[in-house]
Design a protein around this ligand. Structure first.
Ligand code: NAD
Ligand code: DAU
Length: 355
């Protein structure tokens, strides 16, 4: 069915992969991407589709209510897929204010615009959907056993996860109070192309390629449940098309790994693909245990049974196939990585839009 989708944060890691998936696979969907282009937004990542007839980019802040409402009416938006956020836990510890602003107030601004546009008298809103992309971090930290289900109580521990939990509550409140047709997805750790090299996998890849130290927090025993980004994007499309309004869906890959395992696997893969370090040593020799992240959640693991049973979604990539594609992508796109590391990716849009 034809849709006009407002994708927020479409120049970030998952947003870029999502916009690409929609342009490739949904021929009757128009895509409007609003992105503020913070440090995490990279316009170059979508340079090749910038003039696609079904794609429109707007540089803007989701906290700007006038702009957001204007976009809803200018493009007759019937679907929102809301990615825009401050997303990095470490940054939320050193500077939480931006997380409160974008993740909570930005979500509120979008909800208000959708409520005004979709729920005013006489409007047809049967097919409208507001999908809020959230995280498994809202559930807190697991012990050695068990999984997060959609019934797990919220227990966020970082300013990042607290801001996402807050936005989830707001989204749900708009369903119960106003009948806004919302959906929520809570996903585990993503990896894949175009991820900003502050997150574990691209940071380790970049450092290991350059022969720099590989910082592992604490004892390296914290566990994350890894999902290849394309699988996450396909799950989101399923939820938009077939999800039950008002429901939340957990998304995960059943790929629980200790951080140290992930780092060592990346080292082995790079040694095999590009050879050992100049010193002749394996890249594992660069592993350096550093001070732990404050409030570091020990283990995340998703029970993705609901989305599998109700919507028939299961991941297509195993950890091995996903990691192989990811490492190859970073090796084939070293100029992308270099332009992010040296900051020159920002010059591309500063020329067009200013700072
Ligand atoms: P990212 O940090 O790579 O990208 C965020 C994007 O949002 C950037 O393009 C940035 O410019 C934009 N943005 C930030 N503030 C904005 C504002 N005020 N107005 C408009 N645009 C703004 O993030 P990501 O890793 O792609 O994550 C996307 C979403 O998915 C987030 O909501 C995050 O909480 C959620 N999520 C991420 C993961 C993961 O592993 N990365 C897992 C589960 C859920
Ligand atoms: O679970 C979903 C979440 O996954 C998303 O909601 C977040 O947006 C996303 O950033 C991610 O959060 P994490 O904190 O789990 O991701 P990060 O890549 O920062 O860290 C992964 C693990 O690796 C975590 O246990 C901390 C550890 N780590 C991270 C970095 C950057 C290290 O040991 N060394 C590092 O240098």
């Amino acid at each position: 069915m034809a849709k006009t989708v407002l994708v927020t944060g479409g120049c970030g890691f998952i947003g870029v992969n999502f916009v690409r998936l929609l342009l490739e696979s949904r021929e009757d969907w128009q895509v409007v991407n609003i992105d503020k282009l913070t440090y995490a937004g990279n316009l170059q990542s979508l340079q090749d589709v910038a003039h696609h007839p079904r794609y429109h980019f707007v540089r803007g802040d989701i906290c700007d209510g006038v702009l957001v409402e204007e976009l809803f009416s200018r493009f007759t938006i019937d679907t929102v897929v809301h990615f825009a956020a401050e997303s990095h836990v470490d940054r939320s510890i050193t500077g939480p204010a931006a997380f409160i602003q974008t993740n909570i107030l930005g979500t509120f601004t979008l909800l208000e615009a959708a409520r005004k546009q979709w729920l005013s008298e006489g409007r047809e809103n049967r097919h409208c959907r507001f999908l809020h992309v959230s995280t498994d971090e809202v559930y807190g930290s697991l012990g050695d056993a068990g999984f997060f289900t959609e019934q797990t109580c919220y227990d966020p521990r970082s300013p990042y996860s607290a801001s996402k939990a807050s936005s989830d509550h707001l989204v749900r409140a708009y369903f119960h109070t106003y009948g806004l047709p919302i959906l929520i997805t809570n996903c585990s750790n993503n990896y894949g192309p175009y991820q900003f090299p502050e997150k574990l996998i691209p940071l380790i890849l970049n450092n290991a390629l350059q022969g720099k130290e590989l910082p592992v927090y604490g004892d390296g025993g914290n566990i994350r449940d890894w999902l290849y980004v394309r699988d996450h994007c396909e799950a989101i499309v399923k939820v938009v098309e077939q999800g039950r309004v008002g429901e939340a869906y957990n998304i995960g890959g059943h790929n629980e790994k200790k951080n140290l395992e992930v780092v060592e696997l990346l080292c082995d893969m790079l040694d095999a693909k590009v050879g050992m370090l100049q010193s002749g040593k394996p890249r594992k020799s660069l592993v350096t245990f550093v001070r732990d992240r404050p409030g570091h959640d020990r283990r995340y693991a998703i029970d993705a049974g609901k989305i599998a049973e109700e919507l028939g979604w299961t991941p297509k990539f195993t950890f091995e196939t996903g990691m192989d594609k990811t490492v190859d992508w970073y090796l084939d796109n070293r100029t992308w990585l270099e332009s992010v590391m040296d900051g020159s990716y920002r010059q591309y849009y500063e020329k067009m839009y200013g700072r």
